[in-house]
Design a protein around this ligand. Structure first.
Ligand code: GTP
Ligand code: MG
Length: 170
């Protein structure tokens, strides 16, 4: 089908929600219990096979610690897609995710495709963010929505595929 369609993607969200773990799962099919917090940002790329084409994601995995917040615009300004992550067991991380969505809607490209992701689905017994609440919020803001587990590899490939579908062949 020719050259892959390149899609610049940025991950945003509070520290320790599992952004780097989602990327590690998607890119290297691995999981690491003891990940260091990201400093600044990390760049990785991975291809994703859709039915009729290949998407090549160019991924900026940003640092969630507040001291890095001012760097974020550098990464989302040129992004075609953003994954905003929260931890389903930490309500505060969901509120932070909604702030990121607001900031993106105001500051990022009008055409940006945004996915809201509730990670750590394997910790269902400690859930603080009801699925229905996040689904309703996502629907009303036209966001893609998934709940994932980087640990157990739940819905991670589906997440990237559902984003890829928004980009037609160039
Ligand atoms: P920053 O780089 O500081 O912004 O954090 P991050 O969002 O990249 O989080 P990271 O991927 O480093 O994960 C933080 C912690 O959560 C690590 O101990 C991970 O092992 C754990 N973690 C990540 N994803 C999952 C998951 O799906 N389930 C569970 N149970 N733990 C997870
Ligand atoms: Mg990280």
């Amino acid at each position: 089908y020719g050259k892959p369609t390149k899609v610049k993607l940025v991950l945003l969200g509070e520290s320790a929600v599992g952004k780097s773990s989602l990327v590690l799962r998607f890119v290297h099919k691995q999981y690491n219990e003891n990940r260091d917090a990201t400093i600044g940002a990390a760049f990785l790329s991975q291809k994703c096979q859709l039915e009729d084409r290949v998407i090549k994601f160019e991924i900026w995995d940003t640092a969630g610690q507040e001291r890095f917040h001012s760097l974020a615009p550098m990464y989302y300004r040129n992004a075609q897609s953003a994954i905003v992550v929260y931890d389903i067991t930490q309500y505060a991380s969901y509120e932070r995710a909604k702030q990121w969505v607001k900031e993106l809607l105001k500051q990022a490209a009008d055409s940006i495709v945004i996915a809201l992701v509730g990670n750590k689905l394997d910790l269902e017994e400690n859930r603080q963010v009801p699925s229905e609440e996040a689904t309703t919020y996502a629907l009303s803001n036209q966001l893609i929505f998934h709940e994932t587990s980087a640990k157990d590899a739940i819905h991670v490939d589906e997440l990237f595929k559902s984003i890829g579908k928004y980009y037609s062949r160039v």
